[in-house]
Write a protein that binds this ligand. Structure first.
Ligand SMILES: *Cc1c(COP(=O)(O)O)cnc(C)c1O
Length: 236
């Protein structure tokens, strides 16, 4: 089995090659290592291997792990569904970026909790680019208005968009999801005003990150390509 160090190196090499092809610099892209289901030791191994940012998708799990990480890191990212009753617990962990804000109601709640704490929180608006009912994210057609509405909330700063592309063994099937998110990103960027900044385009996971890079991603969220398949326990 390849080690985490080897996996990180392999990802960095393929990323560098892809970026060179598209005329971009390696340091333009932020790799978020997705450490859900993995223990603290795995997070620390990734940090030792050169990873600077990692992400979790459950507040409870992040709460169990973060206090025990002794290696320094630049940012903890929250990438999962966020329930209103978990907002305070999440904010205690000081996420550098929350990728998964997909409704005005959630944003208003988050803004209120941030206000109480005197915190200004960077967020991404998550868009459902696949049309699947089961997926989180606002509708593509609502995105522009939602970004504008969230921009009016004083304790949140909209920094870009996020999506989870279509799950498929064939990354080409996922490409339209990424194209759609990039279109929305560009449209918002053209209107850019003091209220928000289109800085980050968070798209691409282990199976499709090179495709996402081709379509303009500058945050990729990688789990299994770094850490192997996840074991959720139980008998599945
Ligand atoms: C689990 C997860 C990932 C990483 O998935 P892999 O396919 O293992 O790379 C990325 N983004 C989100 C939102 C996730 O929940």
């Amino acid at each position: 089995m390849p080690t985490i160090v080897e996996n990180v190196k392999a990802v960095q090499a393929s990323l560098k090659e892809k970026l060179a092809q598209t005329g971009r610099e390696t340091d333009e892209v932020l790799v978020v290592a997705v450490t859900k289901t993995h223990p603290v030791e795995t997070i620390e191994s990734a940090l030792k291997a050169g990873i600077r940012h990692f992400g979790e998708n459950k507040v409870q799990e992040a709460r169990r792990k973060l206090p025990f990480i002794t290696e320094p890191y630049e940012g903890f990212h929250y990438i999962g569904r966020l329930q209103t009753n978990k907002i305070n617990a999440l904010l205690e962990l000081e996420p550098i970026l929350i990728h998964s804000i997909d409704s005005l109601n959630l944003a208003v709640n988050l803004n209120k909790r941030c206000e109480t704490r005197g915190r200004v929180q960077d967020i991404l608006v998550q868009v459902n680019t696949t049309g699947e009912q089961s997926k989180s994210g606002c509708e593509p057609g609502e995105t522009i208005e939602l970004v504008q509405q969230i921009s009016d909330l004083p304790n949140l700063r909209v920094k870009g968009l996020m999506t989870i592309g279509l799950m498929s063994d064939d990354a080409e099937k996922t490409r339209p999801s990424f194209k759609l998110l990039k279109e929305l990103f560009d449209e918002l960027k053209n209107k850019e005003n003091a209220g928000y900044e289109m800085r980050w385009l968070s798209m691409g996971m282990s199976g499709d990150y090179l495709t996402a890079i081709e379509e303009g991603a500058n945050i990729i969220r990688l789990g299994s390509v770094l850490f192997g398949e996840r074991d959720y326990g139980g008998d599945r």
